[in-house]
Design a protein around this ligand. Structure first.
Ligand SMILES: Nc1ncnc2c1ncn2[C@@H]1O[C@H](COP(=O)(O)OP(=O)(O)O)[C@@H](O)[C@H]1O
Ligand SMILES: [Mg+2]
Length: 503
């Protein structure tokens, strides 16, 4: 066997990557603006920052984003290494508090959003150091020349560092993906830029909420305003239930799992209810919340467990899962930290815990006052009606259906609306439906049988609104709604409509 070090130069060629091409592929790691900035904040947190500020500076195509901290700062060697692509081996053991992993975060997160990243850093009682990657410069020179200078704007944005004892400021310029073709004076462009800033604030509220409380709290701010924590478990609400915390052992490490059942809608005030809905709504925020070192990676997901969908009646179930970072590999945490898959052995435990949590959540969700079931003997209202004339059977749309009535009233072209309804009535493919039904009886489905609950709810809401618009009181409208086919088949969703509308 031949030792590698002995390999003679005739046996290999050195093929360094082509800078311009490599740089472009580094830009496609799947980061979004929010996840990219959160990656910078991870570095700040790990290096003992107590204040983390994000600043969106608007100047059209010359806009910039700065993230500043008051953490340890870096010495020159560390800084240069930090800017080096692939500065760490992801398999090397890490400090248990560390959020990084691939030694790529700072670079890939930055390049996903901008073509120039400048880092200003200062250790206690030391000089401020500057290093800058400008991808245009790298492409032009064909060399990995790390600049020691910064633009005037970057210097201005980092000015504040001079007044702090220590810290680091990362500045992104040439935000080609965010501000391409924008104009400084264009208000709509500026609004869009500031909306993106707000989204970043919302993302930070969720991702870092556990750092924002307690006596060692870290203060986060965005363009001068403090970012408030978003607590998915509503721990301050009296009606929140905690199920027993479990410590699962896995490969010598401990994974902590604590299920929460959020309060029934009727036990929350409107603003608490709205806040708890989060960015994606109640339904989408049910499930496991995966944290690594208290940092939120997955904000509610059933982790692909077979047959477990996010459904209305499980929406009160939120389960906190705490991972140590030593298990990154087993959990398949990707570089953007927005995805995590549990290893098989833990999966079984999570299914067990998830099952009991879901059943309690469902009970709380369904335990309510009088159920809205249609009273016996009261007539049900259908959209389609069968009529028989001269022995001929035909199907008609019920013109008295409130949704039909309201749409007709709101329609500026009433004759066209009537023509459309007539056309639908005259051309329903009855023969085709009959044949299919006869040939494949198991393949015809009932109303909304394969629809998502959210979809049914939306239709219900519209019909309910029509009933209200026709002058009925809340109570009357709800009772009527419960008689409209096919809604009586979904008593729990009727209940949801009732609660949504509660004054
Ligand atoms: N805000 C910061 N404060 C101090 N050091 C930092 C900061 N950001 C980055 N660093 C240094 O840069 C290195 C590289 O960061 P990064 O590219 O995010 O990779 P990783 O976090 O996986 O190590 C870090 O390991 C750290 O030494
Ligand atoms: Mg990092």
């Amino acid at each position: 066997m031949r030792a590698m070090s002995r390999t003679s130069s005739s046996e290999y060629e050195t093929v360094p990557p082509e800078p311009a091409a490599l740089v472009e592929s580094l830009r496609a790691f799947g980061y979004e603006l929010s996840t990219a900035l959160a990656d910078l904040a991870d570095n700040s947190l790990f290096h003992h920052s107590r204040h983390i500020t994000v600043h969106f500076h608007w100047a059209g195509e010359n806009s910039a984003i700065a993230l500043a901290d008051d953490g340890d700062g870096m010495d020159e060697r560390t800084l240069v290494n930090a800017m080096r692509l692939g500065s760490r081996n992801p398999r090397a053991p890490r400090d248990p508090g560390d959020f990084g992993r691939f030694g790529l975060g700072l670079k890939t997160a930055s390049f996903s959003q901008c073509r120039r990243v400048t880092v200003f850093t200062k250790q206690h009682r030391k000089e401020t150091l500057i290093r800058c990657w400008d991808l245009d410069h790298v492409a032009e020179t064909g060399e990995w020349q790390l600049l020691r200078t910064s633009s005037a704007l970057a210097a201005r944005l980092a000015e504040k560092l001079a007044d702090t004892k220590q810290g680091t400021v990362v500045i992104w310029e040439k935000l080609d993906r965010l501000t391409a073709d924008t104009k400084t004076e264009n208000d709509a462009d500026e609004d869009a830029f500031l909306r993106r800033a707000e989204q970043v604030g919302d993302h930070f509220s969720a991702v870092f909420h556990r750092f924002m409380n307690g006596n060692r709290a870290v203060a986060f701010s965005l363009n001068g305003t403090a970012i408030q924590p978003w607590d998915p478990f509503l721990v301050d609400e009296a009606a929140t239930q905690r199920l027993p915390l479990e410590r699962l052992r896995f490969q010598g490490h401990v994974v902590e799992v604590e299920p929460f059942i959020l309060p029934h809608l009727s036990k929350l005030d409107i603003s608490a209810h709205r806040t708890a809905a989060g960015l994606r709504g109640w339904n989408a925020h049910q499930g496991f919340y995966i944290y690594r070192n208290r940092r939120l990676l997955v904000p509610g997901d059933w982790l692909g467990i077979k047959g477990w969908r996010q459904e209305e009646h499980y929406k009160l179930a939120r389960i906190q899962v705490d991972l140590p970072n030593a298990l990154d590999h087993e959990w398949e945490i990707d570089v953007t930290k927005s995805r995590a898959r549990p290893p098989e052995k833990l999966r079984r435990e999570l299914v067990r815990i998830g099952e009991s949590t879901r059943s309690v959540a469902k009970r709380v969700y369904s335990h309510r006052g009088a159920k809205l079931v249609p009273a016996e003997g009261q007539e049900r209202v259908f959209l389609w009606e069968q009529t028989a004339k001269h022995n001929q059977v035909s199907y008609r749309v019920n013109r008295d259906h409130p949704l039909v009535k309201q749409v007709r009233a709101a329609c500026s072209d009433a004759p066209k609306f009537s023509a459309l309804i007539r056309l639908i009535e005259e051309t329903i493919p009855v023969p085709l439906i009959t044949i299919t039904d006869r040939e494949k009886p198991d393949q015809t489905i009932g109303p909304f049988e394969t629809s998502k609950e959210s979809e049914i709810l939306e239709v219900m809401r519209q019909v309910f609104a029509s009933l209200r618009a026709s002058g009925l009181s809340r109570r009357e409208a709800l009772l009527r709604l419960a008689h409209f086919e096919p809604f009586p088949r979904f008593p729990e969703l009727l209940q949801t409509i009732q609660e949504e509308d509660e004054p």
